[in-house]
Design a protein around this ligand. Structure first.
Ligand SMILES: [Zn+2]
Length: 411
């Protein structure tokens, strides 16, 4: 009888790495973890609301980060720490240190300080800015750790959980850049980020270039100094040129003048005007071409304004500062990580489609590290708007999917 044990262990252990997600679901520990995830979903939703009520404006994620650190410690992750960028990191060791799978969700929101983040409950629906993007991801991250623990799941590889900073807006993926270029440099083999709601898989990382453009001139009285060049009017010329850009629909390439400002008074010729511009494409070459045309448009607009008011009445100058650069990248459809995600979907009867987006996974995709972003389940509306809402019906399916994916990839 004693001989049976090593024999059985050997017979079970050897094909582990080759097990499909459907086969993994027959493993008693995995089954127990999946049951726990489903059973704990009401707690997961309560956690989602609690985290959402801790404000996390851009560059001010610290308070929410400290709470996640506390939760990582309570869930007995190892080596729990906060890195110099503010990423919260905790390790769930496997039988071996490698492969090291990173599972992440972002701490930050797009909402400024002072935004009312109190969660309103209406039946299955929770309403609050940030409730889906990305408090859902954070709650699922915590639910995975808890379920793995309750199911006593031992993974062959290690899972490192990360609640990261700087995913949104001008945060410019600074959390991910810190993680991949400093904190865990060379130590990440696979990467999954849980971002937002629904059940999609993002394998294409849309790149973006973001600029803050400043137009400057001498400035003066609107009546007394009439005839001076005008930075706001020069900017208007630039915006008209940008607005006329024709861009390819495939690969999808976009542009947007998102914010403008400048001037001091209705009766003053401004000495300064500024705008913020965002350009995106899933194709690095298209983005580069658009960027070139954008710079040409700025120079043409300034030349035109200076020619309009020629005669020694000063000149307008323009300076474009790159305030955001998100690298583009793609994890191929036939890669192991995408195929594993599809297999997990099939095992759980989830029909997933591949998407493109600009997420934390852009950074590893650009580095050629297998990476995808998955949605956290439930149904969200109004992401990035004050009216954001999360419909929790069947949200457990998102938790279950993320959990089985973590187990399937941590080997
Ligand atoms: Zn997000």
């Amino acid at each position: 009888m004693y001989r049976l044990v090593p024999f059985l262990l050997c017979a079970v252990a050897l094909p582990l790495a080759a097990q499909s997600p459907a086969e993994l679901m027959d493993d008693p520990a995995v089954k127990a973890a999946l049951d726990a995830a489903r059973r704990n979903e009401p707690e997961t939703l309560a956690q989602q609301a609690r985290l959402c009520e801790i404000p996390a404006p851009p560059f001010k994620e610290q308070t929410r980060g400290l709470e996640v650190k506390r939760l990582f410690e309570a869930l007995r992750l190892k080596d729990v720490r906060i890195d110099p960028a503010g990423n919260v990191i905790g390790v769930r060791p496997g039988k071996a240190a490698r492969p090291n799978l990173v599972f992440s969700a972002h701490l930050d929101t797009v909402f400024p300080e002072g935004t009312d983040v109190h969660v309103k409950h209406e039946g299955d629906v929770m309403k609050a800015p940030g409730i889906g993007d990305d408090c859902r991801g954070l709650a699922v991250l915590l639910a995975i750790i808890r379920a793995l623990d309750e199911g006593h799941v031992e993974t062959p590889g290690t899972i490192t959980f990360v609640a990261d900073v700087g995913e949104e807006g001008l945060g410019d993926l600074r959390g991910m850049k810190q993680l991949f270029f400093e904190t865990l440099k060379g130590g990440i083999d696979k990467f999954v980020s849980i971002d937002g709601t629904g059940l999609g898989i993002t394998n294409t990382g849309v790149g973006s270039n973001r600029y803050r453009v400043t137009f400057r001139g001498p400035g003066g009285h609107s009546y007394g100094a009439f005839g001076l060049v005008n930075p706001i009017q020069a900017m208007g010329r630039a915006i008209a040129r940008i607005d006329a850009f024709q861009v390819p629909a495939q690969p999808k390439t976009t542009f947007n003048v998102g914010r403008v400002g400048g001037g001091t008074s209705v009766n003053a010729i401004p000495f300064e005007a500024w705008m913020e511009v965002d350009m995106r494409s899933s194709d690095p070459a298209s983005l580069k071409e658009l960027d070139t045309r954008f710079h040409a448009a700025l120079n043409e607009a300034v030349a035109e304004e200076n020619a309009r008011w020629k005669g020694g009445k000063g000149t307008v100058t323009v300076a474009a500062e790159l305030v955001g650069m998100r690298p583009a990248g793609r994890t191929p459809r036939d890669s192991a990580i995408v195929q594993t995600a599809f297999a997990v979907g099939r095992a759980l009867h989830i029909a997933d489609a591949l998407r493109e987006g600009s997420t934390d996974a852009n950074v590893p995709m650009n580095l050629g590290i297998p990476a995808i972003t998955i949605s956290g389940g439930g149904m969200g509306t109004g992401a990035h708007a004050l009216t954001e809402a999360f419909d929790a019906r069947d949200s457990w399916r998102g938790t279950e999917r993320a959990l089985l994916l973590a187990i399937a990839l941590a080997r």
